[in-house]
Write a protein that binds this ligand. Structure first.
Ligand SMILES: [Mg+2]
Length: 154
């Protein structure tokens, strides 16, 4: 059985080192391992969808993601909450199954997660202080991607 129904990721500062297109340590292995266990994966980003797909492709994990949602070609962006909704639609659901985490490095990510009844998971490698992430509702703040497994059903 898959350890999570699905996992939603922010991109910059969560999958990548903040402000770069380099992978954050351990995240590529996490993404590949989740996918290998049948977990549906989505990205919700304020970057353009095209750029996000390019970054994921360069990381070698684009094929792992069933849904990549970001800013449209017209530059329109309805906020993180809207883009998370779009990311879920891309997985074929209008509401996430209970126990679906969303990982993000910003309070904005955690607010969006809560708005969609996702489990808000902060990541400590994006630059925002863990305290700020907890204050924004993070149930946990990961110091390393592998710590996500502890939240799932084994
Ligand atoms: Mg971010």
């Amino acid at each position: 059985m898959a350890p999570f129904p699905a996992v939603v990721f922010d991109l910059d500062g969560t999958l990548t080192v903040p402000g770069t297109t380099r992978p954050a340590p351990g995240v590529v292995a996490l993404v590949e391992a989740l996918r290998a266990r049948g977990v549906d994966l989505a990205v919700a980003t304020s970057a353009s969808t095209a750029v996000a797909r390019r970054v994921l492709d360069d990381l070698g994990v684009l094929r792992c993601f069933g849904s990549v949602a970001g800013r449209g070609v017209d530059g329109g962006f309805g906020g993180k909450e809207a883009v998370v909704g779009e990311a879920l639609l891309g997985l074929g659901v209008t509401a996430a199954a209970p126990g679906t985490p969303m990982l993000g490095d910003s309070p904005v990510d955690l607010h969006a997660a809560l708005a969609h009844d996702l489990v808000p998971v902060g990541v400590g490698w994006g630059g925002a202080p863990a305290e700020a992430l907890r204050a924004a509702g993070a149930r946990v703040v990961l110091e390393h991607p592998d710590e996500l497994w502890a939240l799932g059903a084994s």
